[in-house]
Design a protein around this ligand. Structure first.
Ligand code: CTP
Ligand code: MG
Length: 225
């Protein structure tokens, strides 16, 4: 059936710090394997069977995004925060049909199998689904530079995207919060409404490109595949 993906690509990528000809390059336009991150991310979703894609882009770079994306993709201006960008993209498709996935453009090589697991959990009745991975490092709480507690990592998970939602649930959740509240993902927005969030296995290949080292790994993957 139909499924919509909202791809958030409107961040500036301060931690990546990409520069071209003396000007900062938005992270989603940074190329890996000769293709911008956002183009990889959108192609991956379409290959995985998503039928409609809305991409939130930095308003001042709209033409550059349109030039690297398929014509059927809708573009909307991003917001000041990730939550604001999702809100703008959701407004564009609130009356569509089928589930809604929300995906970071900064996860260009997310395997189709991850998308399939999220969609399958939604089809089985979950209203909110997130792909997760275990935490592999010892994890501690600090006060300044001093360790004050170890955290039991067995129960911790790293949360990836795409996150999947029943459409009406996501629309209601965004209507109930403001962009002044701080959320780093969409499952948190839905959980704020008391909706249970189901987990499925994520994949290291769905890792987010955040710092320059992540780009080195992604480039190696792009060359090898
Ligand atoms: N994002 C967005 N709108 C914003 C902020 C972030 O659409 N106002 C998107 C980014 O484009 C990215 C995803 O949210 O695909 C995850 O955010 P993050 O990795 O933090 O990207 P940036 O905010 O661009 O990076 P940084 O925080 O280093 O500036
Ligand atoms: Mg950010």
């Amino acid at each position: 059936g139909p499924a919509t993906a909202l791809v958030v690509a409107a961040g500036s990528g301060v931690r990546l710090g990409a520069v071209r000809a003396g000007s900062p390059v938005p992270k989603a336009l940074v190329e890996v394997g000769g293709r911008p991150l956002v183009a990889h991310a959108v192609a991956g979703l379409l290959d995985a069977g998503v039928t409609d894609v809305v991409v939130a882009v930095p308003a001042e770079h709209r033409d550059a995004f349109a030039a690297v994306l398929p014509a059927e993709v809708a573009l909307v201006p991003g917001g000041a925060t990730r939550t604001g960008s999702v809100r703008n993209a959701l407004a564009r498709c609130a009356d569509g049909a089928g589930p809604v996935l929300v995906h970071d453009a900064a996860r260009p090589f997310t395997p189709a199998a991850v998308v399939a697991r999220v969609l399958a959990a939604l089809a089985a009745g979950a209203r909110a689904v997130v792909p997760v991975l275990p935490v592999v490092d010892t994890t501690v709480e600090v006060d300044g530079d001093r360790v004050v507690a170890e955290v039991a990592r067995a129960a911790l998970r790293r949360v990836q995207t795409p996150q999947g939602f029943d459409r009406a649930t996501l629309v209601a959740a965004y209507a109930a919060v403001t962009d002044q509240q701080v959320f780093t993902d969409d499952a948190s927005v839905v959980r704020a409404l008391g909706v249970p969030v189901h987990t499925v296995p994520g994949d290291e290949l769905a890792a987010k490109i955040t710092v320059p080292h992540d780009l080195v790994l992604a480039e190696r993957h792009a060359v090898a595949r």
